[in-house]
Design a protein around this ligand. Structure first.
Ligand code: 3PG
Length: 232
């Protein structure tokens, strides 16, 4: 089900459970957000949505994460907000309670994956090797974050993994070292549903409240995704 554009449609869509792969895949690029100041959450989410990137990963690397997710859910219904860097059961619970509709982690922790499954929270763990991918598949995962993408071998590594794992139907979200200069190489691989990255929300622009620059970076990224997809 594609992301609806009107508020009523969004409410229905959230309640009827979005499909993580379809939704993140539809966006193509997911801004990975590190937010220190809860008050920045709403204007930041608006800038990203206005720039054409409505699916957001707010990382649990700061104390403000849960409150930022809750504020975005409350005030920016056009955004689809997930939690990133979910490393503990406490963070998993906090993410879901705050209203995150999906979760992402940099690594594969079977305890977290099982707990997410138990509470019906759509979750995308991280992998960087064939063994971790194997474990993620055994745990029922359909999409994995490939992290840290560039350092772990980039597109070449994913293509090599696909040589053995393509038949499983697994989808990847490479993150880590992905940016505007290399994201097209990743998105050209059909099994790569989307890419994540912090480049759309630079630390200094966020600290300065420079929403116009962030909106411009989001618009640039979303135009690239649209361009690539119209070529297919
Ligand atoms: C992540 O957690 O997904 C990465 O830190 C993002 O990496 P990047 O800063 O290279 O985009």
């Amino acid at each position: 089900m594609p992301i609806p554009e009107c508020r009523e449609g969004l409410r229905f869509w959230y309640n009827s459970r979005m499909d993580m792969i379809e939704t993140l895949g539809g966006a193509g690029i997911i801004p990975v957000i590190v937010i220190e100041n809860e008050a920045d959450a709403v204007p930041l989410a608006r800038a990203l949505v206005d720039g054409g990137l409505p699916v957001l990963e707010v990382t649990f690397r700061t104390k403000a994460a849960a409150a930022a997710i809750a504020a975005i859910r409350r005030e920016v219904p056009e955004a689809v907000v997930g939690a990133g860097t979910v490393l503990t059961l406490g963070q998993l619970h906090a993410a879901q309670s705050a209203g995150a509709v999906f979760g992402v982690a940099p690594g594969f922790d079977p305890l977290i994956v099982e707990a997410a499954k138990d509470v019906g929270f759509q979750f995308c763990p991280g992998v960087a090797t064939a063994s971790e991918l194997s474990q993620a598949l055994s745990s029922g995962c359909k999409m994995v974050k490939f992290f840290p993408a560039e350092a772990a071998g980039g597109v070449k590594m994913i293509k090599n993994l696909l040589g053995a794992f393509r038949f499983t139907g697994i989808k990847f979200m490479p993150t880590g070292g992905v940016n505007l200069s290399n994201v097209a190489d990743y998105l050209a691989v059909p099994e790569i549903a989307c890419c994540g990255g912090t480049w759309i929300v630079p630390r200094d622009a966020l600290a300065a409240g420079d929403w116009a620059s962030i909106k411009k970076l989001a618009a640039e990224a979303s135009a690239l995704v649209r361009g690539l997809r119209s070529e297919r």
